[in-house]
Design a protein around this ligand. Structure first.
Ligand SMILES: [Cu+2]
Length: 264
């Protein structure tokens, strides 16, 4: 076969492949755009729903992440097909110039043909590598976004006695304002705060575990105070219907945690 024809056929085949790739990409971009739009609606609906739970929240973001990955993959294909298309254009111009300047068009030497092919292939490799890098970066961004979005979901897991902390990205016990109500005490490692309180007959006292370990509120003698194990964030409330001094301790840390309530 004529050398010039062979080279032309080879470039044409590559061109056809690149073109079909580009068409396929356009279709999948449309699909992804449609999908993104539908998920966008889902998310808005969920935000208005007070029953939204952690699972729904994460699953919503999982879909968004999947779309993000698909989009990144698609961008990689577009990058590749566009790169190869522009490369083909360069080469066909180059080739035309060379054949035009040659009196006999079939005079392009075999070694010259090979040189052109080698150069072409190596440039295709470079384009592939560049597009792959770009895809990798976009994928990492998808992962990063998902992680951040998932953190926003954690608030749905917090108990009623907890709030979501933006600093630690965790559910933490609600802040206790001790100056507002003297009958509210904190229990933490390793003390009752305040350790001594004076209240009026018939008043409630609430102990809230603001620590990170389990504690109890247990009378030293008698059964006036007898809380269950209080996990972090949980509380125990007791009403005092008799005057007197009530000494108590934490059953888990009896020598460290002691307290006293004086009922007048
Ligand atoms: Cu304790």
């Amino acid at each position: 076969m004529n050398k010039r024809v062979r080279l032309l056929v080879m470039f044409s085949i590559t061109l056809l492949l690149a073109l079909s790739l580009a068409t396929a990409n356009k279709n999948s971009v449309d699909q992804i755009n449609r999908k993104n739009n539908s998920h966008h609606h889902d998310k808005n609906d969920s935000s208005n729903d007070t029953k939204l739970n952690y699972g729904l929240c994460v699953s919503n973001y999982s879909h968004i992440q999947q779309d993000c990955f698909a989009q990144a993959k698609n961008n990689q294909s577009i990058c590749l097909s566009q790169g190869i298309l522009s490369l083909l254009e360069n080469y066909s111009n180059q080739y035309n110039n060379q054949t035009n300047s040659t009196t006999n068009s079939s005079n392009l030497s075999k070694s010259e043909q090979r040189r052109i092919l080698r150069q072409f292939r190596s440039e295709v490799m470079n384009i592939k590598q560049t597009c792959k890098e770009q895809y990798k970066q976009e994928k990492n961004q998808c992962k990063e976004d998902f992680k951040n979005n998932k953190l926003q979901c954690i608030q749905f897991r917090c108990k009623s006695s907890q709030v979501f902390s933006n600093e630690t990205n965790k559910c933490v016990p609600k802040a206790i304002n001790t100056t507002e109500n003297n009958n509210t005490l904190q229990v933490k490692e390793f003390a009752f705060l305040p350790s001594e309180s004076t209240i009026k007959l018939g008043e409630n006292v609430t102990w809230t575990n603001t620590g990170t370990m389990n504690h109890t509120v247990t009378s030293d003698s008698g059964a006036e105070l007898n809380s269950p194990q209080l996990a972090p964030g949980e509380n125990y409330t007791h009403m005092f219907n008799t005057t007197g001094t009530f000494e108590y301790h934490c059953a888990n840390h009896p020598s460290l945690m002691k307290g006293k309530i004086i009922v007048q």
